[in-house]
Design a protein around this ligand. Structure first.
Ligand code: FES
Ligand code: FES
Length: 158
């Protein structure tokens, strides 16, 4: 079947098998930040945004994304760099394997908090939002510190 999908503002038209997963479509087109960590919709590593909403691309058929706009980490380099510096300062990047999915979810969470007018989220709200992103190295304390500081930075949540 033919699909037309915009990825990071670039139009892509492709003929795909009906059972092609979105993660495989994205990697086929060179978006290698999208990685497979589990294949059971458990680790969050394959997170991308469809119309600004985070989804697990290992659990979505490409056909379902037909006509939509997808954002991957490659399309959020500037925002990712800013957050990445907070992660580095807090020692929240060890092997770095979880980082792409984690960064996508944090940036989506920030947008959602802004939409809902949440200017001072609690650790509990943050942890609930990110419960689908697994990290096998850090124990999450450094992640939480980095996120709290990132959201409170000058120009952060308003
Ligand atoms: S690869 Fe998609 S959730 Fe793990
Ligand atoms: S830093 Fe290694 S999995 Fe998160």
């Amino acid at each position: 079947m033919e699909v037309k999908i915009k990825v990071n503002h670039k139009n892509i038209t492709d003929n795909i098998p009906a059972d092609l997963l979105l993660i495989d479509f994205l990697r086929k087109h060179g978006f290698y930040s999208v990685k497979r960590g589990c294949d059971t919709a458990n680790c969050g590593l394959c997170t991308v945004l469809i119309a600004d909403e985070p989804v697990l691309s290992c659990a979505v058929l490409t056909a379902r994304a037909n006509g939509s706009h997808i954002t991957t980490l490659e399309g959020m380099q500037k925002e990712a760099e800013v957050f990445g510096s907070f992660m580095a300062d807090e020692g929240a990047e060890q092997c770095g394997f979880c980082s792409p999915g984690f960064i996508m979810s944090v940036l989506a969470m920030e947008k959602e908090f802004e939409k809902k007018g949440i200017t001072n989220p609690s650790e509990d709200q943050i942890n609930k939002y990110l419960s689908g992103n697994l990290c096998r190295c850090t124990g999450y304390m450094s992640h939480t510190r980095a996120i709290m500081k990132y959201l409170k930075r000058a120009g952060g949540l308003k």
